[in-house]
Ligand binder design. Structure first.
Ligand code: NAP
Length: 575
């Protein structure tokens, strides 16, 4: 028999960085909260993704919280891009520093959440048979937390070990002397391949689509960055948040590759390549829009791959040709391409020789049998909606979130969903989230939600619900923001393209974290426009529209024809 439900103001799902900061922020506001976490520890992404070589791809100095002066002062990163154990230690440190563990329940999954219209409360059920009775339900479930359910024929027959990068065993692995195969060449694979290759007797990489990767040049934190941060941590954080991507990358929106001389282009790209990481993305203002500009960076990276890979045929296979640079999240690597120069590493092109079946010994492709002691699946995630979809969430009138999102996720501001009152998503679909430094997006969301709940409490309001009109207007704006760019052209997980049957829709908001923050602040300043706010029969506000559109950015004149053409074709501008 189910035990009595625990009563709390807020139930938070997930004890990653988002869930933990949310809990802390609520406590500061005098609101009670409980966190429920499926894992047996805090840390979210960094709890699960323990594969060899896992590390952050945004500089740690920026991929860390800025909300607490003490936390900032006492935590020191050892490297530019911290490895997973250090990021997990940081998560544990946050849990201890803010005494969060007493309100975090581990090893428990939220199975169902039902809105009780009469009580204006959520009734939550866990997979252990008990539940919560709460006013607010906050999904801090992460954007990349549910692995895709790839199944290969015969996989159950394989006699060796099978590992998933996203569910790596906590005791680690030792591939010494083993023949290892890895499927996938996304970020997880690109980070783990060099480390596994250095340990295993033989590593075979099964590649379906090559990816763009830029060198991390990991090492000590660059002195200029460290000095800037130490001089003014608050200012440094504010500067990171006031960017499109939530990190500083010297973006030059007004300099166009197609208007620059070959010498200037080369010098700029070389400089950014030498600096490493995502700074390459900010080199020119037209790369994300104009195919000709994108081609310039593609050619530059192709040349860099050829420089790193000794065998021209292998270099060619590793060179992306099917998508524009930046339309799938670029990888940041440490020695990835050079790994293919090792005698013990082989690249299998799955386009030339697709997998036919797994078998007891390993994998049979159409070309031949490959025998392994261990297989690694680095095959990706059901991104952005996967974790939410797996909870049986029922809003007003018993409507299921899966039905509401049948044609793709619909949200207002990536924070709320019409018909699901008092439910919030941290870095949900329709927010900048995965296109940004997640920590800065998390901070912005958590602070906005905490302010909203305090505002409601001050006015003794019981519920807040996005109006269908505001949600529709936001979805339209999310689509409009990405339409001028090349982003929708790729078969990316941003588009849901990696999950068979998932609706194709560009899920994150491409308008930039800085613009987005302004919009959210305007919405709040207008008394939460686009929401119905009520307590019982009392309706405090029912401003149905969303009018806080961002101003048009300064767009270089040369790009206007392309942008107008795409917006017109998509119906955002009159023909
Ligand atoms: P991913 O980018 O989606 O890559 C999955 C890989 O598996 C792709 O190469 C994909 O090929 C391949 N694949 C999937 N199903 C396959 C099948 N049936 N047969 C053959 N190949 C198959 O996943 P990920 O590498 O885990 O990365 C996901 C995201 O997580 C990244 O984009 C990044 O945002 C984040 N991440 C971040 C870090 C970091 O911060 N350091 C590290 C890891 C991941 P196709 O491309 O052909 O589908």
């Amino acid at each position: 028999m189910a035990s009595a439900a625990t009563t709390t103001d807020v139930l938070i799902v997930g004890a990653g960085f988002a869930g933990m900061y949310m809990l802390h922020k609520l406590r500061q506001a005098g609101i009670s909260g409980q966190v429920v976490e499926a894992g047996s520890g805090v840390g979210g992404t960094w709890f699960w993704n323990r594969y060899p070589g896992a590390r952050v791809d945004i500089q740690s100095l920026e991929y860390s919280f800025g909300f607490d002066e003490g936390l900032q002062r006492e935590w020191r990163w050892s490297e530019r891009y911290a490895p997973q154990p250090e990021l997990l230690a940081y998560a544990d440190h946050i849990a201890d520093h803010f005494d969060l563990r007493r309100d975090i329940r581990l090893d428990t999954r939220i199975a169902a959440a039902t809105w009780d219209e009469a009580a204006q409360r959520w009734r939550i059920a866990t997979d252990t048979g008990d539940g919560y009775d709460c006013r607010y339900f906050i999904l801090a479930t992460g954007c990349l937390s549910i692995p895709t359910e790839v199944s290969f024929p015969g996989i159950e027959d394989f006699k060796g070990s099978i590992y998933r990068t996203s569910r790596w065993p906590h005791e680690g692995t030792d591939f010494t002397g083993q023949r290892v195969g890895i499927i996938g060449t996304g970020s997880s694979a690109i980070q783990s391949i060099p480390v596994i290759a250095a340990q295993a007797a033989q590593l075979t990489v099964f590649q379906r689509t090559p990816n763009y990767s830029v060198p991390a040049h990991n090492g000590p934190i660059p002195p200029a960055d460290l000095e800037a941060w130490e001089r003014d941590p608050r200012g440094y954080r504010a500067a990171s948040r006031d960017t499109v991507g939530g990190f500083q990358n010297e973006a030059r929106t007004d300099v166009l590759a197609t208007e620059s001389s070959p010498e200037d282009i080369r010098a700029e790209l070389d400089r950014r390549w030498a600096w490493g990481g995502f700074r390459l993305l900010g080199a020119f203002g037209d790369t994300a829009i104009d195919p000709a500009a994108n081609r310039i960076i593609q050619d530059f990276i192709a040349e860099k791959i050829r420089e790193q890979v000794a065998d021209p045929k292998v270099a060619d296979l590793l060179t992306p040709k099917q998508h524009y640079f930046g339309t799938k999240r670029p990888c940041v690597d440490t020695g990835y391409f050079a790994t293919f120069n090792r005698d013990n590493v082989e690249l299998v092109d799955l386009h030339a020789a697709p997998i036919v079946t797994f078998n007891t010994g390993g994998i049979a492709t159409t070309a031949r049998q490959h025998d392994f002691d261990a297989m690694v699946l680095a095959t990706g995630f059901d991104a952005m909606t996967g974790a939410i979809d797996r909870i049986d969430i029922r809003g007003v009138g018993g409507r299921r979130i899966q039905d509401h999102w049948a044609e793709g996720p619909r949200t207002y501001l990536g924070l709320t969903v019409a018909g699901f009152p008092n439910m919030f998503t941290i870095t949900g679909p329709g927010s900048p989230s995965v296109l940004t430094n997640m920590i800065n997006s998390i901070e912005q969301h958590v602070e906005w939600i905490a302010d909203c709940l305090s505002w409601l409490a001050d006015r003794q309001m019981a519920s807040i619900e996005a109006t269908p009109e505001a949600e529709a207007a936001w979805c339209r704006h999310v689509a409009e923001a990405v339409t001028p760019t090349l982003l929708p052209t790729a078969n990316s997980w941003y588009m849901g393209a990696n999950v068979p049957g998932k609706p194709r829709m560009f899920m994150p908001y491409a308008g930039g974290l800085n613009t987005y923050t302004d919009i959210c602040n305007q919405v709040a300043a207008k008394g939460y426009e686009g929401f119905t706010i009520r307590a019982g029969e009392t309706i405090l506000s029912d401003s149905r529209e969303f009018s806080s559109h961002p101003p048009m950015p300064d767009i270089p004149a040369k790009l206007m024809p392309i942008i107008v053409e795409r917006l017109t074709a998509a119906g955002f501008m009159p023909a």
